[in-house]
Design a binder for this molecule. Structure first.
Ligand code: SOE
Length: 392
């Protein structure tokens, strides 16, 4: 592991912390073909960036990402900034010959995502790679689910039930943040967390969403401005701001293999903290997962004798399970941060092998097309069929 992979990371809030932890941890637990170096941390504010670099373990700091792209001692740019900056930074980085890891959703619009994918395709011709951070693909139970589907254990996919439930802004006094502003985030619950379940269901089933019928809602339209810029939760300050994104999204969908799906993404499901709930019913069996119990996958095998058939609760902590052997002795369990580490492991492996890491920008674009269809469907009220109310 002597060849270094010198990383410059842009942004150091919540995602920046998760990525820093992953870059630091991956080579300590996994045998990597390249040695990641936390070379440069980039942020707008010099003082805050220096404090973050000290805390998160970065060697140097910078405030101008463009200048960082000109450096010959940077191999990869890790983009952990709000969505409105992804396209500009990622395209410039790829054109400068840097590999790119970009946080999800890939972009704020299909047009941006297309431009990014075209840049990634051009860069790939020179061995420069781009990956989008749909991290949950690398939760061991999710990876196992995909494996079971690929092995035919649930047969033909009939139903997909996918929800991503959070509650961090259910309180109307929860302050504004960039995640609630359309010009920065593109959309709300839809792009921030709905994107994850769109990607996960496509990834697990190996199929694509072909059509949707959707409704979006913003329950709280005005919120206090934050006392200080924060990432997720913060404290309310003076004045109010307007929420310009959806608080919740629900949609029906059809999958390419003929299955039906329901999707829900909300930040208003009180009591649900980070509940990524997936249930997939196939012609031969079913799978069920909830991130709030993330080391467990439920599997129903339709071939079991009826008398003893039932959902099996598989605790996904055995060395034979995806990624688990790199960590603790069997049975000890993983957390939120581990999937980010697995993302680094797979990315570094692909770079060393000269292969395309997944999810690619093209995969990110495919998700963006679904988000776009959801927004168009929700805006088109002509397909909404009102119920005739009993006049009595
Ligand atoms: C906020 O809703 C958020 O941090 C998302 O942006 C992340 O992608 C998800 O991992 C957790 O929730």
């Amino acid at each position: 592991m002597s060849t270094p992979l010198r990383v410059a990371m842009i942004g150091h809030a919540f995602m920046g912390k998760a990525h820093s932890h992953a870059w630091r941890t991956a080579p300590r637990f996994f045998d990597l073909p390249l040695r990641p170096e936390l070379a440069v941390l980039v942020g707008r504010d010099a003082e805050r960036t220096a404090a973050a670099a000290e805390q998160l373990g970065w060697a140097e700091t910078a405030t101008d990402w463009r200048a960082v792209l000109e450096r010959h001692d940077v191999d990869l740019v890790d983009i952990c900034t709000p969505g409105d900056t992804h396209a500009e930074i990622a395209i410039a980085a790829l054109e400068a010959g840097k590999h790119v890891l970009c946080e999800k959703p890939l972009a704020n619009s299909v047009a941006e995502a297309e431009a990014m994918t075209a840049a990634a395709d051009r860069a790939a011709a020179h061995g420069v790679r781009a990956m989008v951070g749909f991290t949950y693909r690398r939760v061991p139970a999710i990876a196992l689910a995909r494996q079971l589907v690929a092995e035919g254990r649930i047969g033909q996919v009939r139903h997909v039930r996918a929800a991503y439930l959070q509650d961090w802004i259910a309180d109307p006094e929860a302050p504004m943040s960039w995640r609630l502003e359309a010009d920065k985030a593109g959309s709300g619950a839809l792009g921030d967390i709905g994107a994850h379940v769109v990607d996960l269901t496509q990834h697990i089933t190996g199929e694509t969403v072909t059509g949707v019928s959707a409704a979006l809602e913003t329950f709280v339209k005005e919120r206090p401005l934050p006392a200080a810029a924060g990432s997720l939760s913060g404290t309310a300050g003076e004045g109010t701001g307007t929420v310009t994104v959806d608080d919740a999204a629900v949609f029906l969908a059809r999958f390419s293999g003929g299955g039906l799906a329901t999707f829900e993404a909300t930040r208003f499901a009180l009591g649900r903290k980070n509940a990524i709930r997936l249930e997939i019913n196939g012609s031969l069996g079913s799978l069920a997962f909830d991130f709030e119990d993330m080391n467990v996958l439920h599997f129903f095998d339709g071939a079991d004798p009826a008398a003893t058939a039932g959902f099996r609760r598989i605790v996904v902590t055995e060395p034979d399970h995806p990624y688990v052997a790199g960590w603790w002795p069997a049975g000890h369990g993983l957390g939120y941060e581990h999937a980010f580490t697995h993302q680094v492991v797979d990315l570094v492996g692909a770079l060393a092998a000269g292969e395309q890491p997944t999810p690619s920008f093209a995969d990110g674009l495919a998700v963006q097309h679904v988000l776009d269809a959801v927004q168009r469907s929700a805006a088109d009220r002509s397909t909404w069929t009102p119920v005739v109310l009993d006049p009595r």
